[in-house]
Design a protein around this ligand. Structure first.
Ligand SMILES: NC(=O)C1=CN([C@@H]2O[C@H](COP(=O)(O)OP(=O)(O)OC[C@H]3O[C@@H](n4cnc5c(N)ncnc54)[C@H](O)[C@@H]3O)[C@@H](O)[C@H]2O)[C@@H](O)CC1
Ligand SMILES: [K+]
Length: 512
């Protein structure tokens, strides 16, 4: 059982090494730690792939590298051998680290075959990957590169120790070539690569193997320096406005002003409205162009619809002159707006309400210059860009898959806004440099309209709390949205999670 508090940390290779060194300096022998860690991994492998009762054994190919990742793999190989598995080792390296060499000698003395060619392992039913861990520092070359490519094509389960060999521990980039794991046992603390979009297809199912690194050592190294956090379920749940106080009325549970839609993008308004409904917000007012009023009444009978004059092409022309922003606890704006309501966006930027901008509102903001206007706001601003919108907002912050975390942090610091950078792993950056990454999600959410649902949901949540707790609500919204997607995909497959269906899973996701 992992300690729950361990799940929140995210480390770089350098930080992991520093934590590990503190433990060694304090007296823990390196060999003892390796023994402990690898024994835990071996047990997990036995639990996942027990020896079949029908056959008398299971053949396991163990890929061994020159460093301590290879040492871990050799301990696993030895343990599986003693438990009755038929183990075959691939190790093409002539020079191994000392401890790794000792384990290799012992494995050989037990009669476990060790080959320098990968072909000897091609009939194995299962592979354990211990080629490289966080010590990988340059691109993998032949013959190892070819061996990795071959094992990937064999279609057998591959269990990686610490990280799939070939992935950079921090960026998740592929260095030359990488193991495509079916399961990865991340050792001790979550490495940054596990939260990087570009690594996801190599990781398979992931699990953290907690081996009791003392919290004091983790905190001594991470201290105030670590600004990268992993959103954990318990913390996300604690942001939910539940339970409600027993004596309460609707105006005490937040009033959200949701500004969205056009004749061209009607559905975006409905989806954002349904997202807001899911949040349980006390009151929902929706600003839409006139011609959407009836339709919205039908889909969201509980919403107060403020219909606005519209442009020739059906966008909101302007807000009603009598609109009073002080009546609302939060404003969310953007889905389906089109680029026309430029003045409207300027007007809400001038308001003193917490403001969430998405979609076209971001594209309009990009034309105004977020770094100039956002720091002048008296209330918090939240931006929810996908990578395209992000680059329009911050064109000089070159963002690619290897630096999205840093780019998100810079954008938040420079604009003073909370920046919710969408992607396979949503990253939420605060102006103070902290960034929170949502670890669990599903590709089912990569679908038109899913962002509109998030806007409504997040808007509804931030309307319900004190602006000081905003960052917690933003994390909760991102987590909740993903959980709804995961549950819907589980019941309906990843193809069955259209945005409307997603709205129907918001409440069941909480019940689950
Ligand atoms: N973090 C911890 O506290 C623990 C770490 N352990 C294991 O130790 C690993 C880290 O061990 P190491 O620091 O020895 O690093 P690795 O085992 O990841 O590999 C480093 C070795 O590979 C070589 N190397 C790097 N890039 C190469 C390339 N492209 N081609 C060929 N050789 C290359 C290096 O020169 C070095 O010898 C972890 O990933 C984990 O598996 C565990 O044994 C015990 C606990
Ligand atoms: K590995």
């Amino acid at each position: 059982m992992n300690r729950p508090e361990i799940e929140q940390f995210i480390v770089t290779a350098e930080q992991m090494r520093a934590i590990e060194n503190r433990v060694f300096d304090a007296g823990m022998p390196v060999a003892a730690l390796m023994e402990k860690v690898a024994t835990l991994v071996a047990r997990r492998i036995q639990a996942l792939y027990p020896l079949p009762k029908s056959a008398n054994t299971l053949s396991v190919g163990v890929l061994v590298g020159p460093g301590h990742n290879g040492g871990d793999a050799l301990v696993v190989a030895r343990e599986l051998h003693f438990r009755g598995y038929e183990v075959i080792i691939y190790c093409p390296f002539t020079k191994l680290k000392e401890l790794t060499q000792h384990h290799a000698n012992y494995a050989a003395s037990l009669g476990i075959p060790i080959y320098q060619e990968i072909d000897f392992l091609q009939n194995c039913a299962l592979f354990v990957d211990g080629l490289f861990g966080f010590g990988l520092e340059r691109a993998i070359k032949d013959p190892v590169a070819t061996a990795i490519a071959l094992v990937n094509t064999w279609g057998k389960p591959i269990l990686s120790i610490d990280i799939p060999s070939g992935l950079h521990t921090d960026t998740g980039a592929v260095l030359g070539t990488a193991i495509s794991a079916t399961h990865t046992f991340c050792l001790g603390l979550w490495k940054l690569a596990f939260l990087q979009d570009q690594a996801l297809e190599y990781l398979g199912q992931v699990e953290l193997v907690d081996f009791d690194l003392p919290l004091a050592d983790i905190e001594a190294v991470l201290g105030n320096f670590s600004k990268v956090h992993r959103i954990v379920t318990e913390q996300a749940k604690s942001g939910l406005p539940l339970p409600r106080p027993p004596a309460v009325h609707k105006y005490k549970l937040g009033h959200l002003l949701l500004i969205c839609g056009s004749r061209q993008y009607t559905g975006a308004a409905i989806l954002a409205g349904l997202g807001a409904r899911g949040s349980g917000v006390g009151m929902l007012s929706m600003v839409v162009p006139q011609s959407l009023k009836l339709l919205l009444n039908r889909h969201l009978p509980e919403a107060l619809v403020i219909d606005c004059p519209e442009t020739e092409s059906g966008a909101i022309a302007h807000l009603p002159p009598e609109i009073d922003f002080s009546a609302y606890q939060a404003i969310a704006c953007g889905p389906g707006l089109t680029m026309q309501p430029m003045l409207l966006v300027k007007q809400i930027l001038d308001s003193d309400r917490p403001l969430l901008l998405d979609a076209d509102a971001l594209n309009i903001l990009a034309q105004i210059d977020p770094r100039q206007i956002l720091p002048q706001r008296s209330a918090p601003t939240i931006l929810t860009p996908h990578p395209g919108e992000f680059l329009r907002l911050f064109p000089d912050l070159i963002m690619d898959l290897s630096n999205r975390i840093a780019a998100g942090q810079s954008a938040a610091q420079q604009s003073g806004a909370i920046v919710v950078l969408k992607g396979a792993r949503v990253a939420i950056a605060e102006p103070d440099g902290n960034i929170y990454i949502n670890p669990d999600s599903t590709p089912a959410l990569a679908r038109g309209g899913s962002g509109d649902v998030l806007t409504g949901l997040m808007g509804g949540l931030i309307a319900q709390v004190n602006p000081e707790n905003l960052i917690a609500q933003v994390q909760t919204a991102v987590w909740w949205h993903a959980q709804a997607g995961i549950l819907a995909a589980k019941e309906r497959t990843e193809l069955g999670v259209d945005a409307f269906t997603l709205t129907q899973y918001l409440i069941p996701a909480l019940q689950a």
